[in-house]
Structures are given as C-alpha cells and as structure tokens.
Design a protein around this ligand. Structure first.
Ligand code: NAP
Length: 283
C-alpha cells in the first residue's frame, strides 16, 4: 500500500479563503495583536508568517516588540492594555519567552475571550469539560485535516506520541470528543510499539527526526506528523520516516505541507470567530 498524502497546504488554503470571505462581512476587520519579547530568530520568522497570513485574509495584524530584557510587569502592562481595547479581537504572545519571564502566569493574564491561541487555563478547562472555548491551533488543525479526508474518529484507536500542553494533551481531548479511544504516550512509555502497532490513527508530536519507523505502524493507519525537525543534511523533516512509513499507511501528512499550514489557518479562524463574537455575530 502507498499512502495517500493529506495535503495540508490545500486544506489550509480553503480555510483561509473561507475566513477571508467571512471577515469581509463584518462591520470592521478582525484584529490580532502579536507580542514578541526578544529577538529569537525562529520566533521572528513565525511572527512574520502569522502577520502576513493575517493580512492576506483581511485580518489587521499589529505587532508589539519588547526587548529581551523586559520585565514581567512590562509585558503584563501590554497585555492589560490590549485586553481592555475593544478594537482588539485576538492576543498572541509568541513563545518561548526569555528566561526571566514564566509563560504560565503571562498566558493566564490574557483575556480568555481574546485567547486565540487557546492556551489560557479557562479555554483549557472548557476543552476538557464542555467544549466551546478557543481550541489550540495545531490540534484543531489536525481534526480539520481528518475531517477534510472524510475520516471519522468514531470508535477508532488514536495513539499520540507526546504529551505537550500545546499538542498532545489538547489533541487527546479533541479526539475524545470525536469518540475515539485515545492513548497518549511519552518518553517514559516502555515498549512504544505495543501501542503504535494498534493505532488506527497515529500522531507523532515528539520533536525527533524520523523517529516513527515503518515497523511501528499498522497497515492502513492514518499517520499525522506534527514534528518540525532538521535531518542529518539540515533538511526540514518530521517525526516520521515518511519514505518508508508511506508504504504501510493509508494516509499520511507530509512535512512540510501537512500540519504546519493548518496551525496558522486555525489561528486565523479563531481570530475571525473572536471578532464575530465581539460583533454579536457568533456565540
Ligand atoms: P515538546 O514540548 O517538545 O515535548 C515533546 C513530547 O514528546 C514530550 O511529551 C516527550 O515526553 C515526548 N517524547 C520525547 N521523546 C519521546 C520518545 N522517545 N517516545 C515517546 N515520547 C517522547 O512537544 P511539542 O511542543 O508538542 O512539539 C513536538 C514537535 O512538534 C516539535 O518538533 C515541534 O517543533 C513540532 N510542532 C509543530 C507544530 C506545527 O505547527 N507543525 C506545532 C507545534 C509543535 P515527556 O513529556 O516525557 O518529556
């Protein structure tokens, strides 16, 4: 079997187009404010890409650059002023933050109704209980990818490698909501294969280049590769040994062009929804 490719680029483009069309129907353009502390080059690229993507769909993007030496209080002041600004629909603090600032308390100070990254503890609580808050973008994007290929999680066994707060844990909740049976594994899980070989859907989110080999994958599985790594030649690659795994899987996401584009698309979607709510057009 050679896997069909899940084309995240195209699926993300469709979400962006829908977001653009919906944004045009609002009284005013949605607005996302992005705060970056310091000048981490990778973060600078992520911020630039997010701002560009916003502008392409008619979302006003405003960036706030704070020096690496800035205090927690200065960052909090910026967040508070954006919280109280009625023109701001979304607030995103680019992570990681410099060592002197703990991300937890910072994220908790963002107004949950503007928390378009879905990292606030209130939205996390909603995710675990009733649903309905902002969903973290990467896990939400993965669910959209599965829907786009017409794959139902109902009754399926989903195995997630990695338990981070931004991918593994929230994805497990979203998959549970879709009636999958979910197993989360991590670096202390002995005999990983015991779980991965039983996975109807296998998600790799561990940050280890080409870690998932063909002998870890069940014939006909759907394989979602979240990893963003560099291989031995410096080439971008995921957590999955795609060349070999694609001979066993039924569907597979490429890196690049799989999960990555969905993360930004869902950020735009969340910002749109926040603007719609603020303008009384969504619940
Ligand atoms: P993370 O915070 O880097 O944590 C890695 C997770 O993988 C941890 O839970 C760790 O277990 C687990 N792990 C490490 N080695 C393992 C092993 N040998 N077997 C099983 N589990 C293992 O995770 P993350 O932030 O979710 O990032 C994961 C990858 O996804 C990275 O490459 C990141 O760049 C990428 N990513 C991509 C996107 C995108 O939009 N494409 C978005 C987010 C992240 P412990 O908890 O026990 O340490």
């Amino acid at each position: 079997m050679t896997a069909q490719i899940i084309d995240g680029k195209t699926i993300a483009a469709q979400i962006r187009q829908r977001t653009k069309e919906a944004a045009q129907t609002l009284c005013r353009a949605p607005r996302l404010d992005v705060i970056m502390v310091g000048d981490n080059p990778a973060s600078a690229v992520y911020v630039r890409n997010k701002m560009k993507a916003c502008r392409e769909v008619g979302i006003t993007a405003v960036d706030h650059k704070l020096p690496a030496s800035c205090s927690e209080e200065t960052l909090l002041e910026t967040i508070r002023s954006l919280n109280s600004d009625p023109m701001v629909d979304g607030i995103l603090v680019q992570l990681p933050l410099p060592e002197q600032i703990k991300s937890g308390p910072i994220l908790e100070n963002i107004d949950p109704s503007k928390d378009v990254d879905g990292f606030h503890i209130y939205n996390t609580g909603k995710l675990v209980t009733t649903g309905g808050g902002f969903k973290p973008c990467t896990p939400a994007g993965i669910i959209e990818l599965l829907k786009a290929i017409g794959y139902s999680l109902e009754g399926k066994h989903a195995v997630i490698l990695g338990r981070s707060n931004i991918v593994g844990k929230p994805l497990s909740m979203l998959m549970l909501q879709e009636n999958a049976t979910v197993t989360i594994t991590h670096s202390h899980t002995p005999d990983l294969k015991r779980y991965t070989l039983d996975a109807d859907v296998l998600v790799a989110a561990i940050g280890k280049a080409k870690f998932v080999k063909a002998d870890m994958v069940k014939e006909g599985a759907v394989v979602i590769d979240v990893g963003t790594n560099r291989d031995e030649n410096g080439k971008l690659c995921g957590d999955v040994d795609t060349e070999n795994v694609k001979e066993k899987a039924a569907w597979i996401t490429p890196v690049p062009g799989g999960v990555g584009p969905m993360t930004i698309a869902m950020l735009l979607h969340n910002t749109l929804v926040s603007a719609q709510k603020r303008q009384g057009l969504a619940q």
